[in-house]
Design a protein around this ligand. Sequence first.
Ligand code: NDP
Length: 282
Amino acid sequence: MTAQIIDGLALSKKLRASFKEEVATLTAQGKRPGLAVVLVGEDPASQVYVRNKIKACEDTGIHSVLQKLEAETTQVQLLAHIDALNKDPNIHGILVQLPLPKHIDADTVIEAIAPEKDVDGFHISSAGALMTGLPHGFWPCTPHGCLKMLDDIGYELRGKHAVVVGRSNIVGKPMAMMLLGRSATVTICHSATPDLAAMTRQADVIVAAVGKVNLITADMVKPGAVVLDVGMNRNAEGKLCGDVDFDGVKEVASWITPVPGGVGPMTITMLLANTIESAKRA
Ligand code: NDP
């Protein structure tokens, strides 16, 4: 069996086209969604991510503001910027690009974002809402994008066994909560899991969110499983790749996301979705 590809680019394109119409309608009603992206320092990867986010806003008609701050910006100065954005009625979403320079405490900064503008979904209020199943807050964009992809292929999660590899606050943990919310039986694996393959072999759905090239190989995948690859790594040749040995696993899985062109584009798409949702709630 060769797996069908879950095309994150195509799904993103479809969703963004519908967002464009929604944004036009909101703008006509005087409620144009607005996103502020705050970048501290010169991290090259962050600069690319931020540029892509601003470009996606422009393409969709979302008002966007990029605040580039020097690497030497103090935590107090950054908090003052966030406070101003919290009060700005034209801004519905605030995203502080991570990682932050070492002298700034990321948790303090994230908690300073007004929960109703927390479109990254990292605020404790959003995390708590996801955990308890309450409707306020925002879901983190990457796992939300994964869920959208499963919905798009019409995959019924109820009663299935999902294995999430990785337990970060931005991907693994919220992914597990979303899958649980859909009544999957969820196993979360991490660096202290003694026999990862024994876990993944039981999975109907695998979400790999680790950051290690070729961590998930064909022998670790049950025939017919759905495999979502969140990882973004460079292999020995410098080529962008995920956590999954794509060529091997695609011969075993029923559906698989490629890297690039899988989960990556969906992350920005769900950021746009959260920003539009925030403008609607405002
Ligand atoms: P983190 O480094 O925060 O978390 C990695 C997780 O993997 C940790 O929970 C860690 O366990 C676990 N882990 C490490 N080694 C193993 C192992 N051998 N077996 C099982 N689990 C292991 O990463 P993120 O969650 O932020 O990101 C994960 C990957 O996803 C990265 O490649 C990142 O670049 C990518 N990413 C992609 C996005 C996209 O848009 N496509 C968005 C965000 C991230 P422990 O907790 O025990 O240390």
